[in-house]
Design a binder for this molecule. Sequence first.
Ligand code: NIG
Ligand code: FE
Length: 418
Amino acid sequence: MNEQETDRQLTVDLLIKNALVFDGETSLSAATVAVKGESIVFVGYQTDFEKTSWLVEDKVTEVLDATGLLVTPGLIDCHTHIVHGGDRSHEYALRAAGRSYLEIAASGGGIKSTVRATRQASIDALVRLARPRLDRLLDRGVTAVEIKSGYGLSCDSELKILEAIKRLDSEYRINIVATFLGAHTIPSEYSGQRDDYVKLVIEEMLPAVAAGGLADFCDVFVEKSAFTVEEAEKILHAAQQVGLKPKLHADQLSFGGGAELAGRVSATSADHLEYVSGDGIKSMRDAGTVAVLLPGASLFLGDNENAPARRLIDGGVSVALATDCNPGTCMTENLHLMMTLAMSRLKMSAEEVFRAVTSNAAKAIGLESSCGYLREGRRADIAIFEAKTLADLPYQMGRNLTRQVYVAGQLAIDRAAS
Ligand code: NIG
Ligand code: FE
């Protein structure tokens, strides 16, 4: 085979030209992204592309002129609770009338209310309820999603939620990462017997989750209404012993020492962090724990406390952003709105915000070697937005500027066509 024939086999399938490209770390203007099959084969300037051996054939290559458009890695929502039954709009109304989240939780509402609805739902029903939520994420350019259990709080119902997540993963081409959150709160039937519930999580739930290969991570909610640091530490050590990596809901509604614990157990991420301490930030930095900030939850709760994004970033911690989509504290799949809140309320730069929903979000769910970057050799998960600058997307608050979304090189969303 001569050299020309070798070249002919290297035809590009999709060529995106003249784009503002954000590659997961920085941006390049007037850039080109080329895709072959499921993979990215080139990211850079057109003149450099022309020096490669990749061919653009009129008949086979789709050429997309992206003048005035922004091209990014598929976005990543690295903290969601989208598999659940019921809704809690009545609690939202109660909060508007002055009741607090913790008061509502203490009187049997909150997480326990969603647990009742989720226990009653079948796997089929849970999958059916979650599909439109995933579709709405995809419609805004999200191609990787973390989903937590945590509304079952019994061995059977936690496994049921994780099975539903597994089913969604087999139905959708986007990447789905499952997190076991059996330690979300103490269920009513264990009130007054918290040690027994912790024992159930450690001795029955964790081994069953690990045996079924149903989750990559184990998360614990450290809060007055949920678990203590000591309980969380025990659970996360047991999780590590069965091969699940630690995560934490930490310092969300009050300071609780969760970020310090995250560092001690080398958690992959600690999430929320509105009330994180200086020691907590240092502990996370030393352990390489990612801070996942969820500014939609404080907005939805009407809480004025913002996570200290600047102190985290300046302290050397990687910051990611996520929706936290859940029926109690943030009922939205709008990741773009989180980007707006991060600029307006957390004072993050547009570039920091884009890193927070691409490369840093990938790191928060252990996908940094496969997702979150536009790089040669990576899977072609690509989002294209009608934005002229990085800031334009968060700036156009609430609008959906998504134009096309590619998952593994295939067109999954085409809003330009509709
Ligand atoms: O991330 N913080 C704990 N878990 C959820 C809320 C759960 C609920 O209220 O249903 C959160 O905010
Ligand atoms: Fe959460």
